[in-house]
Design a protein around this ligand. Structure first.
Ligand SMILES: Nc1ncnc2c1ncn2[C@@H]1O[C@H](COP(=O)(O)OP(=O)(O)OP(=O)(O)O)[C@@H](O)[C@H]1O
Ligand SMILES: [Mg+2]
Length: 373
């Protein structure tokens, strides 16, 4: 049976009390559901590995509690927590063949040989390495993707309650990475083991996770599905970490039942539905806000309208499913390059042309300017 995983006010200060103290996790509280594939995402140094190591009991947290199901494991040593872990720099044992690498956790648990064989065989089938096991080479004779699978098999073989994967695909090339992330999802769904997958690659997190948490400086900025984080990011940090967002300084010029009207610094007016506010309060006329628009929330054209700004196309890139226009605009006393995604080429617009960039008010959103770090 799969377990939930709960963090309650988890705090971690390395070298607490010394002048080199690092506050790596700050009051982290959330729950991962039983059988969930949960991604931890965030920039380097934000605390991803620390949270994973704390979950495994490899770091002693300085505050808060961690539960597996209803069981408080905060003070339980790592070897008493039934956890499978693939480390950031996954290391297979080079002096052992593949079979012994995977069998290691079972040997430590003193399982009889026949059971070891059965479990190793079935887990290697699950990760797609049945044939490799028959040859049973040294791990050094395997490709990167195969080694990765062995590392995952090694963590899964003793039926852990929780599986922790710390950037398991970091050492693979882009194509294999994309393939392996689908594999990880397939394997996780087949075993239904509650899993945390750490990555700093937003595309990977969105593709793999049932839900994700975005971490910054030891703080959970937002938790949600890929769809929620992409379409309703809580703040500019999350918006820019999950995809790309163009931000504009704006002021509220109208507020009513129908929504908000905002004015950009170059005079463009944009009308937004009320639901497109990410503020935690009703905005007032005169309030200064940020207008956030993803590339697909902007459009290029030739006609000047009330919600458009004038710019010049610098680059047109055909990206297959979309065409990306980079447009320089003069805004807020500086030149800014906007990214605008269109479904196809726009007739009559070439590089170096002057164009109008309009904001699709039904899709853009407003954010607070306060408290931005
Ligand atoms: N053993 C340690 N002693 C002191 N500080 C540490 C220790 N381990 C990590 N830190 C610090 O804690 C913070 C979080 O580190 P952590 O390894 O969790 O980051 P991360 O999100 O995994 O980053 P990356 O994406 O680079 O792996 C960093 O500032 C790091 O320098
Ligand atoms: Mg790390």
């Amino acid at each position: 049976m799969s377990l939930s995983l709960t963090y309650e006010g988890v705090d971690k200060i390395f070298d607490k009390g010394s002048k080199h103290a690092v506050h790596a996790l700050k009051e982290v509280s959330f729950t991962i559901n039983p059988g969930e594939l949960f991604c931890l995402l965030g920039p380097s140094g934000c605390g991803k590995t620390t949270l994973l190591r704390s979950t495994a009991g490899l770091e002693t947290i300085t505050g808060g509690r961690i539960f597996y199901g209803d069981n408080d494991v905060t003070t339980i040593p790592p070897f008493r927590r039934n956890i499978g872990m693939v480390f950031q720099s996954f290391a297979l044992y080079p002096h052992m063949n593949v079979y012994e690498n995977v069998a290691y956790g079972l040997r430590v648990r003193k399982l009889p040989d026949a059971q070891v064989k059965e479990k190793v065989t079935s887990i290697m089938e699950l990760v797609g390495l049945g044939d490799v096991l028959k040859r049973n080479p040294s791990p050094t004779a395997l490709s990167g993707g195969q080694q990765q699978r062995v590392a995952i098999a090694r963590a899964l073989v003793y039926d852990p309650d929780i599986l922790l994967l710390d950037e398991p695909l970091a050492n693979l090339d882009a194509k294999l990475r994309r393939y392996m992330r689908a594999e990880i999802r397939r394997i996780q769904k087949a075993t239904n083991i509650t899993t945390i997958f750490v990555t700093h690659d937003q595309e990977e997190a969105m593709a793999v996770g049932d839900r994700l948490a975005v971490l910054r400086d030891g703080i959970v900025e937002q938790i949600g599905t890929s769809d929620e984080l992409y379409n309703k990011p809580r703040n500019p940090f999350v918006a820019n970490f999950i995809g790309k967002m163009n931000f504009f300084n704006a002021s509220i010029t109208g507020a009513g039942e129908e929504g908000y009207q905002v004015r950009l610094s170059d005079g463009a007016f944009i009308q937004l539905p009320k639901g497109n506010s990410r503020l935690d309060h009703d905005a007032q006329v005169g309030e200064e806000v940020l207008l956030g628009a993803r590339p697909e929330h902007l459009a290029v054209g030739l006609a000047k309208t009330a919600n458009s700004m004038t710019g010049r196309v610098t680059i047109i890139q055909h990206l297959g499913h979309i065409v990306r226009y980079e447009v320089k605009v003069a805004l807020e006393a500086s030149e800014r390059t906007l990214e605008v995604d269109m479904d196809g080429l726009v007739a009559g617009i070439a590089e170096k042309d002057e164009v109008q960039v309009s904001v699709i008010g039904s899709k853009a959103a407003i954010y607070t300017r306060k408290g931005e770090r």
